[in-house]
Every structure is written in structure tokens, then in C-alpha cells.
Design a protein around this ligand. Structure first.
Ligand code: SF4
Length: 238
């Protein structure tokens, strides 16, 4: 494995972020590919925003390494979307998997860990495999938007991800959910049909419920708990 590129200075990243702040997501992704491919990754969770990123990347022929964290606990509809995206765009979205299967985890940690200690479960099934995968890259792309959660409100377009030790690029930070839906409709982007049935935010099936009209779009994630993030994008940039 080749070693990572030297960390850019905080000032350089801040300047790049300021330059890209008013640019389109297409421009930001093109810049990211010019700077960091082939050591540039996009980890999709198959949300609407992630489908938009894949659509833009493929339409511009950008050499971005696409992968997903397959916890083994995704909805059947999500696995179906995964295959539909690959077929539509002619890409491979690699599966990055935890060290242990769900049944092995049950043997080692006890069954239904997500109900007992969801932070531990997310650490084992998402954070650890992501940490290993991102070691191979110099930069990664996220599909976060500033208006999704208070923690994401100050996310820059480009910054240093101190949690994983690489550059993080957020092409959709300025987008609203209406912008995302408009792009999906305009380009006929494949998406998870569950979004049409009360699931605006979809994660693993044990930790996702439908939301009622007017509820926060993420209210169905880890319902009844303070936890609202799996940790991937929590305080991402330092
Ligand atoms: S979202 Fe739930 S099931 Fe998935 S890894 Fe986190 S705690 Fe486990």
C-alpha cells in the first residue's frame, strides 16, 4: 500500500474551500478528481444525496472509487437500489464489510447489539471498516448537507477530516433537500422506493423507522435515542 500524501496546511484547505464555496457540485467534484484521483473515494449510504453524487460523477466520467459500508443489515430495498445504480451507470460500488458477520457479532458481543449499545455496533460495523478503507485514500467525498443536522451546519466544501486523517470534500453542502429532489427528477436518478413511503433517511433496518408528516427527516434513525449519527460525519473537519 502506498503511503498517504502529506497533509495540506489548514490555510491551503481553507483557501480552496473559499474558492469552491460558490461553485456547482459538478465543478467541485471535477476539482476533487483532478486533485486526488485515483486516491479519491466516495462512500455512499444510498441516500438520495449519494445517488446524486454518483450521477454527477458518472456523467462527467470522474475516476472516483465508489464503495459502501455493507453492514449486513441493510433493507432489501437498499440492496436492490445498489444493483440498479450499478446497472444504470455501469459502475461497481464495492462492498466494504465488517470484520465479523452479524451472526459472528452476536456470538462475540451478544445478539441485537444495536438495541443494547448502538454506538458499539456502529463502531464495529461501520467505523472500523471505514477507517481501514480510508487508509488507502488521500481524500474522500461525502454527500452531507449543512441543513441536515446542527453538527453539519458549519461543514466547509473542503476541509481536513481529523477523525480519519484525510481531506474531505462536501460537494452538496449548500444544497437543500428540494435541490436534491429536483436533481433526481431532472436526471431520472435511481433512488430507494422507501423514500416515497415515509422513510426520508434510511440506514440499517434495526435502527430505521418511518417518520410522520412534519417530523424531522432523521427522526426515524435510532428512534427514541439521543443518537442521531452513526459517527462517520460527526465533527468531521478540524
Ligand atoms: S445503524 Fe444500527 S444496526 Fe447499523 S451499525 Fe449502527 S447500530 Fe448497528
Amino acid at each position: 500500500m502506498t503511503t498517504r500524501a502529506t497533509r495540506p496546511s489548514r490555510d491551503v484547505l481553507a483557501a480552496r474551500s473559499a474558492e469552491l464555496e460558490g461553485r456547482s457540485a459538478d465543478d467541485i467534484l471535477r476539482w476533487a478528481a483532478e486533485q486526488y484521483a485515483p486516491r479519491l473515494a466516495f462512500a455512499t449510504g444510498f441516500g438520495l444525496e449519494g445517488c446524486v453524487i454518483i450521477d454527477i460523477a458518472v456523467r462527467h466520467g470522474l475516476p472516483i472509487d465508489l464503495f459502501t459500508l455493507d453492514t449486513g443489515l441493510l433493507f432489501p430495498e437498499t440492496y436492490d437500489l445498489w444493483r440498479r445504480l450499478e446497472a444504470r451507470y455501469g459502475v461497481t460500488i464495492r462492498a466494504v464489510t465488517p470484520l465479523h458477520t452479524v451472526s459472528e457479532q452476536a456470538t462475540r458481543e451478544g445478539g441485537g447489539l444495536w438495541g443494547v449499545d448502538p454506538d458499539r455496533c456502529c463502531e464495529l460495523r461501520k467505523m472500523q471498516p471505514l477507517r481501514v478503507e480510508l487508509e488507502k485514500h488521500d481524500a474522500w467525498i461525502s454527500a452531507i448537507r449543512r441543513d441536515q443536522t446542527p453538527d453539519r451546519a458549519d461543514s466547509p466544501v473542503v476541509g481536513w477530516d481529523g477523525k480519519f486523517g484525510l481531506v474531505k470534500i462536501n460537494p452538496l453542502v449548500r444544497w437543500t433537500f428540494d435541490d436534491v429532489k429536483a436533481h433526481v427528477a431532472k436526471y431520472d436518478v435511481p433512488y430507494n422506493q422507501m423514500h416515497d413511503h415515509g422513510y426520508p433517511s434510511i440506514g440499517c433496518w434495526p435502527c430505521t423507522t418511518a417518520v410522520a408528516p412534519g417530523e424531522d427527516p432523521r427522526a426515524g434513525r435510532w428512534r427514541g435515542r439521543e443518537k442521531k449519527e452513526c459517527g462517520l460525519h460527526l465533527r468531521p473537519v478540524t
